[in-house]
Design a protein around this ligand. Structure first.
Ligand code: APR
Length: 314
């Protein structure tokens, strides 16, 4: 069977980390694409030279030419700028929307059959733009957001209780912004509702930290944003797709009536298998969670409108 091909559009911190994960997990041949000549080629060469040590045989190449992504099964987009201290994800919209428009054109032309995972922020707007420009069906364009946010919720909860992260399940839904929605009613520790284990006021603090987890890292790094965990989250989606796992993962998916939303991308649980986003899974939410989802959605709508205004002027 031919090896799968994965194109990583953007060879920065997340792109480079994803390339290494693809190699270590043997997911398929990797093409790293970037606009900075030398960067993708250099990272590809460096990674390739770890192959005998790590014992992998996949090919890793770096390029500045879109032709080289031809025939890719999956494209993961991290092209764009990352946050600096004091910035929200939304502050990136002007710069990244222009970049994303070019990137989506490149994917449409050279990788018309790819499953596309968008990571660039502000995520909900960037994945919307990618779907519009590529005109790919909704099952083939998805945004990475909730896997990372849920992973952060699980991490902090596990730390609090001093239990393995494997014993904690959690969901964070909604937009990938400051008003994302940690779904307390679905956070379980070995099947036990989290509210029975951690006092409500402490949970408020943990959830506030989850919402600001990306910002906390930006403030520490000062020159960029989180990259190990976003890379892992996106690669998890690739594994679900290639493995036809039918795994239910929180992602930004295009909604057509689900959760009362029509024509927008929003963070919800989806089933990922060989058909891409095969299904949006609707779960029961508490009245407070529903309200939080509405607020988060209002914000996503504003963000998409702001992007449209900016792009109309260009
Ligand atoms: N096409 C391809 N790559 C581009 C383009 C473009 N038009 N414009 C910029 N890039 C590249 C940059 O050259 C850089 O190498 O995108 C890369 C981004 O890498 P980093 O700056 O290291 O950012 P990273 O941490 O990888 O985050 C990328 O993902 O999570 C989001 O908020 C984050 O929007 C940011 C994105």
């Amino acid at each position: 069977m031919a090896r799968k091909k994965i194109a990583l559009i953007g060879a920065g911190n997340i792109g480079g980390t994803m390339a290494q994960l693809c190699a270590l997990k043997g997911l398929g041949d990797v093409v790293l694409y970037d606009v900075i000549d030398g960067l993708p080629q250099g990272k590809a060469l460096d990674l390739l030279q770890s192959a005998p040590i790590e014992n992998f045989d996949i090919k890793i190449t770096g390029t500045t030419k879109y032709e080289d992504i031809a025939g890719t099964d999956v494209c993961i987009v991290t092209a764009g700028i990352a946050r600096k201290p004091g910035m929200s994800r939304d502050d990136l919209v002007g710069t990244n929307a222009k970049i994303m428009r070019q990137v989506a054109e490149g994917i449409k032309t050279y990788a018309p059959n790819a499953f596309v995972i968008v990571v660039t922020n502000p995520l909900d707007a960037m994945v919307t733009l990618t779907k519009r420009v590529t005109a790919f069906p909704k099952n083939r364009v998805v945004g990475q957001s909730g896997i990372l946010d849920s992973s952060r919720y699980r991490t902090f909860t596990a730390q609090e209780l001093n239990v393995s992260v494997a014993s904690v399940s959690a969901l964070v839904l909604g937009g990938h912004g400051d008003d994302m929605v940690p779904v307390r009613s679905s956070c379980l520790v070995c099947g036990v509702p989290i509210e029975k284990l951690i006092p409500s006021r402490r949970l408020d603090e943990i959830e506030a930290r989850v919402r600001n987890a990306g910002g906390e890292i930006v403030a520490l790094l000062k020159t960029g944003s989180a990259f190990y965990s976003p890379a892992s989250a996106a690669i998890r989606m690739v594994e679900a797709y290639f493995g036809d796992k039918k795994e239910i993962l929180p992602c930004a998916a295009y909604l057509e009536g689900e959760y009362g939303i029509n024509g927008y991308y929003f963070g919800v649980p989806v089933l990922i298998g060989a058909g891409g986003v095969e299904k949006v899974v609707e779960i029961e939410l508490s009245p407070q969670e529903k309200k939080a989802m509405e607020q988060s959605f209002a914000h996503v709508k504003e963000l998409v409108q702001a992007m449209d205004k900016l792009l109309a002027g260009n």
